[in-house]
Design a protein around this ligand. Structure first.
Ligand code: HOZ
Length: 425
């Protein structure tokens, strides 16, 4: 595949942008290659600067559930921006979006719009601390909740990808307020609450983890988090930035029937634009300014172009779409399992709806240690082989892949054929 233009752009980019990219995983360093520079995207496809075409499974890291450049979403954004890009004042669109989110997430009684998933989780934790008057936060190893200081402790996503789960630049005192446990470690959680329950402000979790590959909550794990928080006066926070509106319209909390105190949403809720949401129990959310003493604000919060992209996307998330995503997910899962088995590899596929990971290790993969023990060299071979065959898979073994409503049966069949060739099946 010729990528001369992308290579030239990457060379220029590295002189002026850190690592040539505006978010670390995009640099493709973990898979030893150079990133194609993307010119446009349509449906299930990406097109790079050299006019190479790829079937896309990154989906702009989650938001593109309808596929790229969906005509209705694009038209809604175009109509809205014609009336102004940003007002820094309330709009009717924000009210409609809030109502749509609350309808899909009954645990959310009151919410706030912000501009990124990082802001949503960071603000949810601040309000949990303000509400409880406590400092300690529990997170699970390999979960990634954005790049706020207290969350860059044993984190997944880019930090796991580059082997530095704790970021430099985080004050020791801040890091010390974050305690970590293995994902799915219910007895560890119970013991920690027994030991330090009175100090714990909140437990934050990706209820379906996607930043250490796709890892499912074991039966009872989410329920244990919510129950222990309740028992000890702490706040349970589901970070559904990735799995919200993805694994079901009402996210993991609908799929598994568990209601947290607070929820963070991002990615799909903004329809591909910079928008995220945090919300939950009224009593907690009423602690936020101007109703209460916890401060949080943003010039572009509730930006009309972002809100209309999100609202138009949410209106399209109906039962037939989720059935279609499930069918395509099943097709891909079956094909990848056979490809790995026919290549004589130890591997397992973990999937919730349209969120999927092929792990090169024996399953089940229940936590970060299991995920890290999988074979990174085979993943690199798999990734490069796919890319050369026109399939754009996440460039890190710790990032989940996403299927969109625009992926056809034929797209999936082509992907499976490429995977078979890449693995030598
Ligand atoms: N943190 C994102 C993946 N989990 C990466 C975002 C990006 O590079 O765009």
């Amino acid at each position: 595949m010729n990528r001369t233009r992308s290579q030239a752009l990457f060379e220029r980019a590295q002189k002026v942008i850190v690592g040539g990219v505006n978010s670390p995983v995009r640099a493709f360093r973990a898979v030893g290659g150079e990133p194609p520079f993307i010119k446009r995207a349509q449906g299930s496809r990406l097109f790079d600067e050299d006019d190479n075409e790829y079937i896309d499974y990154v989906g702009t890291w989650g938001p593109a559930i309808l596929g790229h450049a969906d005509a209705e979403v694009v038209a809604a954004v175009q109509n809205t921006v014609a009336s102004g890009l940003s007002f820094g004042a309330p709009t009717g669109l924000e009210v409609k979006l809030a109502e749509a989110v609350i309808e899909a997430y009954p645990s959310v009684e009151l919410l706030r719009c912000v501009s990124s998933g990082t802001e949503a989780t960071m603000s949810a934790i601040r309000v949990a601390r303000g509400y409880t008057g406590r400092d300690v936060l529990i997170k699970f190893e390999g979960c990634y909740h954005g790049h706020a200081d207290h969350l860059l402790v044993k984190a997944g996503s880019g930090l796991a990808t580059f082997g530095e789960p704790d970021s430099a630049g985080v004050p020791e005192g801040v890091a010390r307020t974050t305690l970590t446990l293995g994902y799915n470690d219910m007895s560890g959680l119970e013991a920690l609450f027994e030991d330090r329950g009175e100090e714990i402000a909140a437990v934050i979790v990706e209820p379906v983890a996607g930043n250490m590959g796709c890892i499912l909550p074991r039966e009872g794990f989410l329920e244990a988090i919510v129950a222990l928080c309740k028992k000890h006066g702490a706040v349970s926070i589901f970070d559904e930035v990735m799995c919200g509106f993805r694994v079901a319209r009402g996210g993991a909390q609908e799929r598994y029937g568990v209601q947290p105190d607070l929820t963070a949403l991002g990615k799909i809720v903004g329809g591909g634009m910079p928008l995220a949401v945090y919300g939950g129990r009224r009593e907690i959310m009423e602690k936020i300014a101007p109703l209460g003493p916890v401060y949080q604000a943003g010039t572009l919060s509730g930006n009309p172009a972002a809100v209309v992209a999100g609202l138009t996307t949410l209106r399209r998330l109906d039962a037939p779409l989720y059935q279609r995503l499930e069918a395509r997910g099943q097709q891909l899962e079956t094909g990848l399992c056979s490809a790995a088995a026919d290549a004589g590899l130890t591997a397992c596929v973990q999937r919730v709806g349209s969120m999927i990971t092929l792990f090169f290790g024996a399953g089940p993969i229940d936590n970060f240690a299991d995920s890290a023990a999988c074979d990174g060299d085979i993943f690199t071979r798999f990734h490069r082989g796919l890319l050369e065959r026109g399939v754009y898979w996440p460039p890190s073994r710790y990032e989940a892949a996403f299927i969109s409503g625009a992926h056809s049966e034929d797209d999936i069949a082509q992907t499976i054929a490429a995977a078979r060739a890449a693995l030598g099946a």
